[in-house]
Write a protein that binds this ligand. Structure first.
Ligand code: GLN
Length: 500
């Protein structure tokens, strides 16, 4: 690549959505060209990063052509012609959806998820389906049937999980926008590890229809982007009531509609922020320094910060793993090789067909969750595990509600540290689960939270977590935009590692 071409490549890959949309409307660039640019970059990087399970060249170019027509006719919406990538957990009609599993390696859904159909209707151009931990179970993307994803900042490290492909794709400049899902941290943790913004909305804000289920009382679709502003447009496009999801929230907010129309989040009036004391006890020093610097920045912007208590945080991980495992064991029972999923060959009777299809189709971690989940629900253990976990869940929810009586938003770590090395934790599932210490309580409470870059630890990005009361994503977005106006952590790029 000559110097000029490299510069152009860099600029297009790093441009924000507003700049790209303006270039498209002005006719400086067509969506077709933009799409080709990103597809080329994806293909160049795929062998190193493995961010994709399916790259949809044909579908993307066709969508780009129709976006160009809309733009020429003056019918463009804010995302028309803008490329995005989709976690392979959302069903896409006619295009394979694997959920990172051998079980679904040949599955083509006959229908489209609500979230993706809304994004497609906005005219955005989907480039492909991103890699993920199998059935969204994992914190490192090492549980994918399609192989691990590399972290663009350091190829020997994990990108986080389970939405590791989406986070790494955005960090590597393969697309400005991506979807993810978060059950216990799967958007926020990879966002922290890859140095991008990740928003997990309130439970019920984004429809779960057509999103392959892991733990139905926790699963929530959300977004990745490099800036909070970019995040806000895609989030608003996906969000909103859906009669096809029984737990979808029947609630519309005016600000959602404004965001959908491309109005940026407004600057917040001074907010009261709370730092949960329990989240900082034992946090490593360099992570604490990053958060301390973020606190100072936020104070200098006029916000006040106090300490708050979340006394029941400690049992969040066991409660989360009992509840999510129990729900997973029920949800995954549908993959029997008969109605859904890969069918074992040579099975001589029905029982062998079930056993063999599930034995071959699921990976080790998924089997571990099914077994522990089934155990927690079994007669005699139900009260000791499942019911107890539900009681802890209620106490955790109550802690947050109490804290939100005094503060507007919580400022917390997302992860105990920066991205760890590949295979560092694979031998020890419990150590892997402990990565989720700061994200699972928020999931159990159904709250919205956003991770955004706030510093570097040993040359690796590190993200802070902002947590808001139910349905107050507007507070997170406004505060996030405010923070990013006076910091440039989100403008640092991982190019060096990826392009060399
Ligand atoms: N790491 C957590 C788990 O493995 C979270 C996964 C998720 O949010 N999908 O369950």
């Amino acid at each position: 690549m000559n110097e000029y071409a490299e510069l152009l490549n860099h600029e297009l890959s790093r441009a924000d959505v507003r700049t790209l949309a303006a270039a498209l409307r002005a006719g400086d660039l067509s969506s077709f060209e933009l799409t080709q640019h990103f597809l080329k970059r994806i293909e160049q990087q795929q062998s190193r990063l493995n961010t994709f399970i399916t790259i949809d060249v044909e579908g993307a170019l066709a969508a780009a052509k129709s976006a160009d027509i809309k733009i020429r006719n003056g019918e463009a919406q804010p995302l028309t012609g803008i490329p995005w990538v989709c976690k392979d957990v959302f069903c896409t009609s006619g295009l394979r959806t694997t959920c990172g599993s051998r079980m679904l390696s040949g599955f083509v859904a006959p229908y489209e998820s609500t979230a993706t159909s809304r994004i497609r209707a906005s005219g955005a151009v989907m480039l492909g389906k991103t890699n993920m931990d199998e059935f969204a179970m994992g914190s490192s993307n090492e549980n994918s049937f399609f192989g691990p994803v590399a972290n663009p900042w350091d190829l020997s490290r994990v990108p986080g999980g389970s939405s590791g492909g989406s986070a790494a794709a955005v960090a590597a400049g393969q697309a400005p926008l991506a979807t993810g899902t978060d059950t216990g941290g799967s958007i926020r943790q990879p966002a922290s590890f890859c140095g991008v913004v990740g928003l997990k909305p309130t439970y019920g804000r984004v429809s779960r229809y057509g999103m392959i289920a892991f733990a139905s009382s926790l699963d929530q679709g959300g977004v990745f982007a490099r800036s909070v502003e970019d995040c806000s447009t895609l989030f608003a496009t996906m969000a909103g009531f859906d009669p096809l999801d029984s737990t979808s929230a029947a609630r519309e907010d005016d600000w959602l509609d404004a965001l959908r129309n491309g109005v940026p989040p407004s600057s917040p009036s001074p907010l009261r922020l709370g730092m949960p004391r329990q989240y900082f006890n034992g946090l490593r020093g360099d992570a604490e320094e990053c958060l301390e610097a973020a606190r100072k920045t936020l104070e200098s912007l006029g916000h006040t910060v106090t300490e708050v208590d979340l006394p029941h945080s400690r049992p969040a991980i066991p409660a989360y793993y009992v509840i999510s495992g129990a729900e997973a064991s029920a949800n995954l029972s549908r993959f029997d090789g008969v109605r859904y999923g890969r069918r074992a060959e040579d099975a001589v009777d029905l029982r062998t067909l079930y056993v063999q299809s599930r034995t071959d189709g699921f990976g080790t971690e998924v089997k571990r969750r099914i077994l522990t989940g089934t155990y927690a629900l079994s007669v005699g253990y139900y009260e000791a595990y499942y019911q107890k976990a539900q009681r802890i869940r209620r106490l955790i929810q109550q802690d947050f509600l109490t804290a939100f009586a005094d503060v507007d938003v919580l400022l917390a770590p997302t992860t105990p540290g920066p991205a760890f090395r590949r295979e560092e934790l694979t031998h020890d599932p419990v150590a892997m689960y402990q990565q989720d210490i700061y994200t699972t309580p928020v999931s159990l409470a159904g709250l919205p939270a956003m991770t955004l870059p706030c510093g570097f630890i040993e040359g690796l990005p590190y993200g802070m977590q902002l947590i808001a009361p139910h349905f107050r994503e507007d507070l997170l977005l406004s505060l996030g935009v405010h923070f990013q106006q006076s910091t440039d952590w989100h403008r640092q790029t991982a190019d060096a590692a990826v392009l060399s």
